[in-house]
Unconditional design. Structure first.
Length: 91
């Protein structure tokens, strides 16, 4: 299996999944308890996760770093698209 096939498999596994960060990762503590959505996975193996604050964060796409949440918890994810216009800050 070439490196692109492995990354494509990783993309299929993670894209559009609702996730939380693994509690065992101290460097990700600032995201503890927040539901995020994996927007995409780049070819470096990093998941771009939208944690509803207007930014996307690159976190390794692995169960060592991210935990998929079930549908009942995914309902806590309120932001369908974080890239929305903020009228009072435009122009």
């Amino acid at each position: 299996m070439d490196r692109f096939t492995a990354k494509d498999d990783l993309r299929k596994q993670w894209i559009d999944q609702y996730v939380k960060v693994n509690d065992n990762r101290p460097e990700l503590k600032r995201f503890a308890g927040v539901i995020g959505r994996v927007v995409t996975v780049n070819y470096n193996g990093k998941a771009l996760v939208d944690f509803q604050d207007g930014a996307w964060y690159d976190i390794p796409a692995s169960e060592e770093y991210l935990v998929k949440v079930d549908a009942s918890e995914a309902a806590k994810y309120k932001n369908v698209n974080s890239a929305q216009v903020i009228p009072d800050k435009q122009g």
